[in-house]
Design a protein around this ligand. Structure first.
Ligand SMILES: Cc1cc2nc3c(=O)[nH]c(=O)nc-3n(C[C@H](O)[C@H](O)[C@H](O)COP(=O)(O)OP(=O)(O)OC[C@H]3O[C@@H](n4cnc5c(N)ncnc54)[C@H](O)[C@@H]3O)c2cc1C
Length: 351
């Protein structure tokens, strides 16, 4: 028997649409969970264009992808909605159809349930399943996953010797760190770590880096040891348990050896939208068709952001922000039909 908490609303996807929806739903007092397939929030702005400026969000005269994500996170922090990272939703199954023997924790027998789908859904994931009364799909361009090293190594090195997402900069203090990659993210990590780590090595297969010119200039004047043009050829451990990296040159045959504590891999992200076709939704040109309340063809399942289509849909962050409150309120109204208009935010958060 699996004991699962049943959320009122589960939001799939931690891009701008999902993050703002999580803030808004928790401001409305909903028991909400945000699920993100990668180890970080932010979606396309954070992963595809961290340094590019965005000029078309109301009230902000220019902000880059990283800073927008930081502001959305700070806004969410007013209410601390639950977030589950590294969790990819694969299936949305009516709870009654699920083969799982689930005893989800209802607060009490009077807890209201969604009239449209009284038993809710079970979300199948790459980890444990999630029980939820309603679902908000905000999966944008698809589930991002970090591009992996094309070198064999034991799987239990992931998150330990080999790191794809840095969660805790302090944990890397005083260590010897290698970073693989040539874009903004790799350079940013190298510069962030150079004063804290014992040594930082940056490995890139090209002579030139792709990052912002100012960051590249800063890198060249820093104490970061640059290894270009090299690719990682093999990984091993030393007698003392350190990570031994064999670097193969792009030209010639003069290999280099590095011995470090950890290797941070920054090869970018690949997106995968295959799940959508398995979710039994009405699709148009591979986008989820929704009505004016962002309701999909399944009861209690709503969708917003880049993943949806409706007449006049434009894939902009500003639109996703407008869609979120309407969809969240419509989802919550299936559970609480008496749900009122939202109070003004100052009344909830304070002046
Ligand atoms: C280069 C570029 C420049 C752009 N410039 C602008 C601009 O200037 N202004 C503007 O308004 N818009 C711009 N956009 C578009 C904007 O980024 C998108 O409209 C916006 O990111 C959509 O947000 P979203 O939350 O719907 O989806 P996304 O940002 O795609 O986020 C979706 C999130 O869901 C996660 N996810 C997906 N599937 C699953 C799953 N099965 N389980 C768990 N998690 C999942 C993904 O990992 C991702 O984090 C630009 C886009 C690009 C590519």
């Amino acid at each position: 028997m699996i004991m699962l908490h049943q959320y009122e609303l589960t939001i799939i996807g931690g891009g701008p649409a999902g993050m703002f929806a999580a803030f808004y739903a928790s401001m409305r007092g909903a028991d909400v969970l945000l699920v993100e397939s990668t180890g970080e929030l932010g979606g396309q702005p954070a992963t595809q264009y961290p340094q590019k400026m965005i000029y078309d969000i109301a009230g902000i005269d220019g902000i880059n992808g990283v800073d927008l994500t930081a502001r959305l996170s700070a806004q969410m922090d007013h209410f601390h909605p639950k977030v589950r990272f590294d969790t990819r939703v694969d299936g949305i199954i009516p709870a009654t159809d699920s083969n799982l023997d689930i005893d989800w924790i209802k607060v009490d027998a009077d807890t209201p349930t969604s009239a449209a789908n009284p038993h809710g859904y079970v979300l199948q994931t790459n980890h444990e399943p999630i029980a939820t009364q309603t679902v908000l799909i905000a999966t944008g361009g698809g589930a991002f996953a970090p591009r992996r090293l094309a070198v064999d190594y034991p799987t239990d090195w992931d998150g330990d010797r080999i790191i794809y997402t840095v969660r805790d900069l302090a944990a890397l203090q005083g260590q010897d760190i290698a970073i693989a990659g040539g874009g903004d993210s790799a350079i940013d990590w190298a510069l962030a770590l150079v004063d804290q780590a014992s040594s930082v090595h940056l490995i890139h297969r090209r002579q030139q880096f792709r990052g912002l010119e100012s960051s590249v200039a800063q890198l060249q004047q820093s104490a970061v040891a640059i290894h270009t043009p090299f690719v990682i050829n093999a990984l091993d451990t030393t007698a003392t348990g350190k990570l031994a990296i064999d670097l193969r040159p792009i030209h010639g045959d003069q290999h280099e050896q590095l011995v470090v504590d950890r290797l941070l891999v920054n090869y970018g992200f690949a997106s995968d939208n295959k799940q959508l076709r398995r979710w039994d939704l009405s699709l148009e040109h591979n986008q989820v068709a929704v009505d004016r309340l962002y309701q999909t063809s399944r009861p209690g399942v709503f969708a917003i952001g880049d993943v949806v289509t409706y007449p006049g849909k434009v894939k902009l962050i500003a639109n996703a922000f407008g869609e979120a409150p309407i969809a969240v309120d419509a989802a919550l109204r299936t559970i609480h039909p008496d749900l009122r208009q939202p109070p003004h935010s100052a009344a909830v958060i304070g002046q």
